[in-house]
Design a protein around this ligand. Structure first.
Ligand SMILES: C=C(O[C@@H]1C=C(C(=O)O)C=C[C@H]1O)C(=O)O
Length: 381
């Protein structure tokens, strides 16, 4: 057989495979209806085990692994289809929550409001708040929890929080708080962060014995600090570090903070740009209670809890691939106190109103222990 004959045969086989695969998927509607009537769950592990064993037996020995992979993909697609059909009638389904949370198309993101912000004047969060809102009225808090509290009590309309840094990774506490308080992200901003070593005007670099700053700033400047060979102390944020330094009168103390803080607190910059990476970005998010989705939202954040077992992440990624959804962030953390169950943070490049996102949300409970939509929003740069 020459290549064109082989391809002709491949085309015939593929036509048959696709026709049968679609016919198989069409049956999902009947299966879903039968399951809804009998109250049976979508996933039937016993049946799937039998199907995989059967696939391996039908195939020749050398083809068994491929037959198993193909069969499990077909079954995964079938489950996703069933979940989508059933979600249509379930007002608690996340896809229905998504639809209810879409604000009318003519809603504009507020330019002003009372914003709960970490730190004090000069903090990176304050700089982010002033970029995210045109004319914000800022109230400062010295811990992240207090920001959620203030917004939930109506003392502020929105909160601002750092969620991720390009050098030090995710700010886990913020993810945990978003989850426990049931808040969502309504907008985000990527801010270039440069840390400088600040000191009193009379200090020299050789005088410095201790450096204070926020733990992320210290982590992002680890190589510089090690080279200097001084001790470090964590304070609530970079602006508070600058303020403490100015008040202390100590020439042996340094603080890692922004240029704005140097001007604000009458400090000198002993060394500029001490962060390990010169392209150091922090992502800040605006948070609000419940789920609110502003028009133009193209980024979606999800928190998924997955079992520590082979294939659990693959099954989620396969759903993204099947729906042609681009993944822009993936990070995992073990959940303390569990037997290696993991939290996975995903950011997706996917418009809030797209049918693909709706389908994805419908099918996530099938591939995860639990999941939460952390928000659909616009990312500003
Ligand atoms: C189709 C069904 O639902 C699910 C999908 C299966 C499949 O695609 O073959 C098998 C078992 C279930 O997990 C079913 O229960 O038969």
């Amino acid at each position: 057989m020459d290549l064109s004959d082989i391809r002709k045969r491949l085309d015939e086989i593929d036509t048959e495979i696709i026709r049968l695969a679609c016919e198989r998927l069409d049956l999902a509607e009947d299966v879903a209806r039968a399951k809804a009537q009998s109250g049976k769950p979508i996933f039937d592990p016993g049946r799937e085990r039998e199907k995989l064993a059967c696939a391996a037996q039908i195939a020749t020995t050398s083809r068994a692994p491929q037959a198993i992979a193909l069969m499990s993909l077909l079954m995964s697609m079938n489950r996703a289809e069933q979940a989508h059909i059933l979600a249509h009638h379930d007002s608690h389904a996340t896809s229905q929550l998504l639809k209810r949370s879409l604000l009318p198309a003519d809603t504009v993101f507020p330019q002003t409001g009372t914003i709960a912000c970490p730190g004090t004047e000069g903090s990176f969060s304050q700089q982010a708040a002033c970029k995210l809102f045109r004319a914000p009225s800022l109230v400062y808090f010295d811990n992240f929890q207090a920001i959620f509290q203030a917004v939930s009590e109506g003392l502020a309309d929105f909160g601002i929080l750092p969620i991720e840094n390009s050098t030090a990774g995710s700010v886990r506490e913020v993810y945990d708080l978003l989850d426990t308080w049931g808040f969502s992200i309504v907008r985000s901003l990527r801010l270039k962060v440069s840390h400088h070593l600040l000191a009193l005007p009379t200090a020299k670099i050789s005088d410095i014995r201790e450096i204070i700053s926020h733990e992320q700033a210290l982590a992002q400047s680890a190589a510089f600090i090690q080279k200097l060979g001084v001790r470090t102390r964590v304070v609530a944020n970079t602006a508070l570090a600058a303020e403490e330094l100015a008040r202390s009168g100590r020439t042996d103390l340094g603080a890692l903070a922004s240029r704005t803080c140097a001007d604000l607190y009458g400090l000198q910059i002993l060394q500029e740009n001490v962060q390990d990476s010169q392209s150091n970005y922090t992502r800040f998010v605006v948070i609000a209670p419940g789920t609110q989705i502003y028009p133009g939202s193209t980024r979606t954040s999800l928190l998924l809890r997955l079992q520590h077992e082979p294939g659990s992440l693959y099954r989620v990624l396969e759903r993204f691939f099947a729906l042609d959804i681009n993944l822009v962030k993936l990070e995992s953390r073990p959940i303390p106190g569990t037997d290696f169950t993991f939290n996975f943070y995903f950011d997706l490049d996917c418009p809030a109103s797209s049918p693909a996102l709706e389908r994805l949300l419908d099918s996530l409970s099938d591939v995860s222990v639990s999941y939460r939509l952390l928000g659909c929003y616009q990312e500003m740069v």
